[in-house]
Design a protein around this ligand. Sequence first.
Ligand SMILES: [Zn+2]
Length: 322
Amino acid sequence: MSDQNKEIAVGIDIGGTNSRYGIVTGTGEVLKHDRFPTRSYPKAEGFVRAISRKIKDLLKDYEDYTFKGIGIGAPNGNYFRGTIEQAPNLGWKGVIPFVDQFKKYFNERVVLTNDANAAAIGEMMFGGAREMKNFIVITLGTGLGSGLVVNGDLVYGHDGFAGELGHTFVYLDQGRKCGCGRRGCLETYASAQGIKRTVFELMSESVKSSELRNISFSEMTSEHIFHAAKNGDRIAKEAFDITGQYLGMKIADAVVHTSPEAIFLYGGLAKAGNLILNPTIKTFDDHVMNIFKGKVSILSSELNGKQGAILGAAALVWKKRK
Ligand SMILES: [Zn+2]
C-alpha cells in the first residue's frame, strides 16, 4: 500500500476574479497555497501556461514526495469531457478543453469537475462525510452549487451536469431574474448575491434603521450582513431568516430525490453558522416529508475556513476513476 503522507496533488479552484491553488497531501494537509489572478488572462491558454509554470516551480520544493496529479474545480466544469462550458462568471467564453491544455505541461493525472462536486469529494475524503455514502454538499458562494453523493459516488447524470440545485425553482415565471436567463431560481435567493438582494428589498420596504443602509449594493458583501446580524441588526437577521427559509424548503425537496444522511453547507455564507443553519433547519423540519423526519442532519461543512476548495479539487486526484 502506498504511503498517502508521501503523496501530493495540486488542487486548483477556478474563480472569476482569482483562482486558488495549493499542494495537498494524501491525508488532507495543505502544504502550501496561493492565489492566481484569473482575470489577468483573457484567454484560457495563457492562464494555463502561466499557472503551470508556477506549479512546476512550487513542486521543486517537494521532490521527496510523489506527485500524483492535478485536480481542478471550476464553474460549469464537465468531468466527462474535462471542459469548462459556457461559465457565466468567467471571461473565457464557449467550451474550453481545460484538461487537454494542462496535459501539454503535465504527464500526471489531470481531473476536472464542477466546483460544487469538488467540494463534495473533499467532504468525503477529508471532511465531515468521511463515513458517509449518501450526502449532499451545498456551496453558498456568489451562486449556489451542489454536489450529490449517492451510494458513495458523485452523481454526474447523462451529460455530467447533475446536481444544479441552485437552478431549481422557488417561483415559476416570476421572482428574481437569474444568471441562467430564467426567473425564480433558488440561487437568486440563497447565495451571497441572493441575501444581498433580500437585504435591499427589506430596506426598501421598511424604515427600520440598519447599519447596512450606509453600504452600496456593489460594495456590500455577505460578511457585512453577517457582522450586522451579529450586532443585532434587525434587517440583517431577517435577511438570514428569509435565506434559510428558501434553503430549507429546497433541501426538503432535494432529500426526496436522494435520501441523504446529511446536508453540508459550504462557503462564504455558510460561515455565518447558526444564523443561516437555524432558519434552514427549522423550515426543513417543519416541511420535510414524514418518512425523512429526524433522519437528515443539516451541518456546516468541516472544510469551511480550511482551504476547502483546494482540498476538494486535490481530492479528485485520489478518487478512483469510474
Ligand atoms: Zn437559474
